[in-house]
Ligand binder design. Structure first.
Ligand SMILES: Cc1cc2nc3c(=O)[nH]c(=O)nc-3n(C[C@H](O)[C@H](O)[C@H](O)COP(=O)(O)OP(=O)(O)OC[C@H]3O[C@@H](n4cnc5c(N)ncnc54)[C@H](O)[C@@H]3O)c2cc1C
Length: 553
């Protein structure tokens, strides 16, 4: 079998892998990306597989984090075909009485919506947005640059002085369920913040959820929730096109089944068909940590401490995603003034808190928190004029022990169970749009198995490469360490959402990994194998994990 050689091998063409590949190619490295699926993009893909006239995003859709992040924003993807599109309103949350809490990019419009739900809340919202304008950029930088974020951290501390210092920090530490009632009269701000917090898997009544909720809400307020014109896949296509323009190679349908080590250092990978691709400088893994340390690198090549810590690695909850092709817009019984791209469904903040707590307690929520995307509203090119490419997803436990909905869902997630849960989600929508069923031309439900089959990083339907809970963030991600992209295996770098700062399409783990590769001094690179060899007393071999086939050269 042929052996090919590059400076760097990137495993996985998700957004993080593609960002890393671009930055390494920018630095003049000869790079190949090996992707298991027949197309690039990871969880950033779209297709006409629900209905030929409708472009549906298969997984993710809204990219405020990409718009705000230097890692993706700095690549100039607009020169490679990417165009952003925005819905008339960013986010809407319908209340049981038919009113809506609305988030707009125009702060006055958001303030008017919140004022209608609580006297004085409009001005309170303006004050919160003013505070955010002082600290937001520095905080986003601090959260997305390698740990410890010295420069961005110092900027954040400096900025915090002007918004109340320690009081503001306390606000950020509040659980999302409490944060939005902090000084607000009506339910609007609380619903927006708690709903946005539920995009991650931290229960709305746990510390850390407030920061997540505030971050996403303020990003919606300041940069919106943009979508790529033409489908999520256009973002990945722009990343791939830029990389190819720098001479980079991408090979799809190429699943890597082993990272190859020589003297303890990663020197290449083996593709499932047996081909060996060697890396002169680095192997960069856009791979979920449990798969990287649970097979691609054999446990015996890991320090015992890492292998032990991985036993405690926690994946995030599972997901059920429903896509609908509608022959008209969603028939809301009481439509909002301006149609939002994203819609959150829950009757109250406590209902969001209950649904997120149930997931942590292995219980399938009876009234799940449902996130909805009206994609033709956000981008009219997604389906014929007057129709809607609609989706919704909701989280469910990885390990189901109870069903609070009374359907006796067991967590088998076979076709029957995913369809029954999809019916439960659809009923949540029908509570606000009773005639929805009459508009459905096609419906497709993806459960945990179907999601993972389309992207192996979505283990059991998890969307974020590991829980976002505080015990697995920063220096604890994916296992306690230094919070950086380096791994215990010299020459191997973790670039996926399993690395700090975690899930979402912002490219930060990919950019951090590329930086780490480029920062490794040549002398250290050369010395590491020697150090590893002395430590092990090993003879030099090109090792891979299959016990009877360990010497490849
Ligand atoms: C249903 C859903 C909705 C979401 N919604 C949003 C949203 O609206 N906005 C947002 O910002 N984020 C959203 N996310 C989260 C976001 O998509 C992910 O956090 C992000 O895609 C992670 O990027 P990644 O590059 O780390 O991994 P991925 O995007 O998962 O890509 C990993 C790639 O590696 C490949 N791979 C894995 N193992 C191997 C191997 N052994 N060999 C070769 N290739 C391999 C996979 O096939 C895949 O292509 C959503 C995710 C899901 C699933």
């Amino acid at each position: 079998m042929a052996t090919t050689e590059y400076d760097a091998v990137v495993v996985g063409a998700g957004p993080n892998g593609l960002v890393a590949a671009n930055l390494l190619a920018d630095a003049g490295l000869d790079v190949v990306v090996l992707e298991a699926q027949p197309e690039v993009g990871g969880a950033v893909r779209s297709a006409r597989d629900v209905h030929p006239d409708y472009e549906h995003d298969t997984f993710s859709s809204f990219y405020p984090l990409a718009a705000a992040s230097g890692a993706i924003g700095g690549l100039g993807l607009e020169r490679h075909g990417l165009e952003w599109s925005h819905a008339p309103a960013v986010l809407g949350h319908p209340l049981p009485d038919g009113s809506w809490a609305m988030l707009h990019r125009d702060v006055d419009a958001t303030a008017r919506s919140l004022e209608a739900l609580g006297s004085g809340d409009g001005d309170r919202w303006r004050a919160w947005v003013d505070d955010w304008r002082h600290v937001g950029d520095a905080m986003v930088d601090a959260l997305t640059t390698p740990f410890p974020p010295l420069r961005a951290g110092a900027r954040t501390l400096w900025a915090l002085r002007s918004v109340g210092g320690i009081d503001y920090v306390r606000r950020l530490l509040e659980p999302a369920a409490a944060l939005g009632s902090d000084g607000f009269e009506g339910p609007g701000a609380g619903l927006l913040i708690a709903g946005n917090a539920a995009h991650a898997d931290i229960p709305a009544d746990a510390a850390g959820s407030g920061l997540m909720g505030l971050l996403m809400t303020m990003l919606g307020q300041t940069v919106g929730f943009p979508v790529p014109r033409g489908g999520a896949g256009r973002l990945s296509a722009a990343l791939a096109r830029r990389f190819a323009s720098l001479g980079g190679d991408i090979r799809t349908s190429s699943r890597v089944d082993r990272v190859l080590l020589r003297d303890g250092r990663a020197v290449g990978v083996r593709v499932a068909d047996g081909e060996v691709v060697t890396a002169r400088r680095a192997v960069v893994a856009d791979v979920v940590a449990s798969s990287l340390y649970g097979g691609l690198v054999s446990p015996e090549d890991l320090p015992a401490r890492t292998a032990r810590a991985m036993e405690r690695f926690q994946i995030d909850p599972s997901t059920i995603k429903v896509d609908w092709a509608l022959d008209g817009p969603v028939p809301w019984s009481s439509p909002p003034d301006a149609p939002p791209g994203t819609v959150h469904l829950a009757d109250s903040v406590s209902e969001i808190a209950e649904a997120t707590a149930q997931i942590n307690a292995h219980t399938v929520p009876g009234e799940p928190f449902v996130l909805v995307g009206q994609m033709t509203t956000a981008d009219p090119t997604r389906s014929p004029a007057g129709t809607e490419a609609l989706w919704a997803y909701a989280h469910v436990p990885q390990d189901v022990r109870h069903d609070a909905g009374g359907d006796r869902i067991t967590g088998r997630w076979d076709r029957d169970e995913v369809e029954r849960f999809a019916d439960r989600m659809q009923r949540r929508l029908e509570a606000h749009a009773p005639d929805l069923a009459s508009r459905i031309v096609a419906r497709r439900v993806l459960g945990p198995r179907e999601l993972e089959a389309r992207d192996a990083n979505l283990v059991g339907g998890a969307v974020n490469g590991g829980t976002s809970a505080i015990h697995q963030q920063l220096i604890f991600r994916p296992v306690p360490g230094n919070g950086r992209a380096t791994t215990p295996v010299p020459g191997l770098f973790l670039a996926s959402a399993s690395a700090h700062p975690g899930g979402g399409v912002h490219g930060a783990p990919g950019a951090n990994a590329a930086r780490a590769v480029l920062a490794e001094p040549a002398l250290l690179r050369r010395a590491r194998p020697l150090v590893a060899r002395l430590r092990r007393g090993d003879v030099p071999t090109l090792r891979e994990g299959a016990p009877d086939d360990r010497r490849l050269t």
